[in-house]
Design a protein around this ligand. Structure first.
Ligand SMILES: [Zn+2]
Length: 389
């Protein structure tokens, strides 16, 4: 396949093409805080990486490894365990981590090759913090260890970072960053022993440590994330540049936009969360996939049940059209059609355009080579086609 993948780098604001198909590619995605079931916004982020991996593999990038952390050291989880009483914070975190994997698997979403819960690498995080102290970019106080924010401003300037929300985030939070929190409360058991006494990692350091462990200097590093948490990402960038093995920011920073409900970000605390688990009781995973992929990842989705129902109907029409053909097979027979769709996907993962083409071709065609190609493309895009051919 001759197509090369072009992706928009959200940090520098330029399109970048991954030229060398044999170079190892590491994809890092900021993992979930496992305090509850995932909602459709989390699912969209998982789908971004899923589609990215599928297209990389389809057009011939050979060596791709998907790495994610899982935030299971979190005040949110700790507070929930205090409220619920019957499960410890670590049991709660483990439970929701497995539910996250289960929900993604049910929907045929590619899960990470390496899943690293924060609790599994605290020693490494302690070394990371020590390294920042040794380099004199961090310092210890009575409350914890802090990273000096002035280095972050320098890093942004030197690396041509043009992302305005990221720049704004560090100006709005112009305080040194807590990378190790000391804990003196003896009833608090979310603690580890460290050179600075009992405590736990700061919020932003675990991602940096996982990147440092699994993504080497020679890898092509694609960092995926939802386009919120700007402050978190700013912190991650600064820590990465002075990690133990790495001294670079990700080569490409790919964001998915959010799923909003009536112009508001979706979240359990806001009371407008749409849990994936609820949706899959009423819609097939394919319908939900069709709905989400009918938007470009860079577009904000204003979630509405009406739009999701419409997308589900569109998907059902495609399903029944394919079912009406006998002897359908998964084969990209119609090269012109196939390459048109691949060209859209290779151009910043333009799933919206790709789905429009697939829809128009499938619904209007009486040609078996077109239908076979639709089946091939849908399967490649993660739609379960077992039941329709
Ligand atoms: Zn992160």
């Amino acid at each position: 396949m001759t197509a090369q993948l072009k992706l928009f780098d959200n940090l520098t604001g330029i399109d970048k093409t991954i030229m060398d198909k044999s170079k190892p590619i590491k994809i890092f995605n900021c993992g979930p805080t496992v305090s509850d079931f995932i909602h459709i916004g989390h699912f969209r982020n998982a789908l971004l990486v899923d589609v990215l991996i599928r297209i990389l593999s389809e057009i011939g990038y050979k060596d791709v490894l998907y790495v994610s952390n899982v935030s299971n050291i979190s005040q949110k989880i700790y507070n929930r365990s205090l409220r619920e009483k019957d499960r410890s914070w670590s049991e709660l975190g483990m439970y929701y981590m497995y539910q996250w994997i289960k929900d993604l698997s049910v929907c045929n979403v590619i899960t990470p090759n390496i899943i690293m819960p924060d609790t599994n690498h605290v020693n490494s995080i302690i070394n990371f913090v020590q390294n920042l102290l040794n380099m004199n970019v961090a310092y210890e106080t009575q409350k914890g260890v802090y990273y000096k924010i002035k280095y972050l401003h320098d890093i942004f300037d030197k690396n041509n970072i043009k992302n305005l929300p990221l720049i704004k985030a560090i100006h709005d939070n112009n305080e040194d960053i807590l990378i190790w929190e000391k804990v003196f409360d003896s009833s608090d058991n979310m603690v580890w022993n460290s050179p600075w006494g009992n405590g736990r990692p700061g919020k932003h350091i675990p991602c940096s440590d996982v990147i440092d462990q699994y993504c080497g200097e020679d890898d092509y590093l694609i960092h995926c994330a939802g386009d919120d948490l700007y402050y978190h990402h700013s912190c991650e960038i600064s820590h990465n540049l002075i990690g133990k093995k790495n001294s670079k920011i990700a080569d490409i920073w790919v964001y998915n936009s959010l799923v909003n409900v009536e112009d508001q970000k979706m979240g359990k605390s806001l009371g407008n969360s749409v849990p994936l688990r609820e949706l899959i009781k009423r819609y097939s995973p394919e319908s939900i996939r069709w709905y989400l992929l009918s938007f470009k990842f860079s577009s904000v989705i204003k979630y509405s049940e009406k739009d999701l129902s419409k997308a589900a109907l569109e998907w059902e029409k495609i399903e029944s059209k394919i079912k009406n053909f006998k002897k359908v097979k998964r084969s990209n027979d119609n090269k012109f059609y196939y390459e048109k769709v691949i060209a859209e996907l290779s151009n910043n993962l333009n799933t919206a355009k790709a789905l429009q083409i697939i829809n128009a071709q499938t619904v209007n065609s009486i040609d078996i080579s077109v239908i076979n190609t639709s089946v091939y493309l849908l399967d490649m895009l993660g739609f379960n086609i077992e039941n329709i051919i």
